[in-house]
Design a protein around this ligand. Sequence first.
Ligand SMILES: Nc1ncnc2c1ncn2[C@@H]1O[C@H](COP(=O)(O)OP(=O)(O)OP(=O)(O)O)[C@@H](O)[C@H]1O
Ligand SMILES: [Mg+2]
Length: 214
Amino acid sequence: MKGESELTVAGLAHDLNNVFATLLEAADVLSADAKWTKLAGTIRRNVRRGERIVDSLEGTLAESGDLGEILDNAVQHAGDVLTFTRGNSITPRREIEGGIQLPGSAAAWERVFVNLFLNAAQAAPDGVEVVIRASQTETATTLTVADNGPGIAASILPNVFEADITTKRSRGRRGLGLHIVHAIVTGNGGDVMAENGETHGAIFTIRLPRAGVA
Ligand SMILES: Nc1ncnc2c1ncn2[C@@H]1O[C@H](COP(=O)(O)OP(=O)(O)OP(=O)(O)O)[C@@H](O)[C@H]1O
Ligand SMILES: [Mg+2]
């Protein structure tokens, strides 16, 4: 017999699959009209994202941990959210070494980057540039995500990874994004730090031990 938490995940996955099936039906209906084909495509892409997140919770997903692919998905995902919530745009710039593999679930890493990108967009009054850097030594991988927005308010900077810490008042904002980032990074044996640039902008630095290295 399954333990309670396994059943919770299995039950959640089961019920969310009904939600996904309904959304896919709606996308099919929409795509019959040429005017809505783009929206139908966005709905299908987001259902696939939801399925990947559920699969990663169930641990049944065979995924590539390639950083370039994870960033492609995260940039597209954040772009979809910002388009449909009428948010500011982000301009991502990558300075990453080729061939970097991240440990664990790619869907979880996508959530890390999406949360960091959305925060950068939500902090800046106009479009924001986000620079993603990644490098590796024999023992560690270092990732940074830096933006040219106003930076993190000094009053919350020391506690910014705690749940419920937020400066946003809009519906659905719960101060959870960075808490999720922290949980995923530490769950993979790494750590994450937040600071502000000397003149402007927020900088998030993630350090991860490389596989097989203590
Ligand atoms: N790139 C950034 N620039 C400026 N401030 C930031 C940035 N990222 C986070 N913050 C600040 O940290 C707070 C906490 O961020 P977090 O992602 O945890 O929650 P949220 O964005 O407020 O809500 P949620 O992510 O749950 O929608 C934000 O409300 C914001 O004040
Ligand atoms: Mg957030």
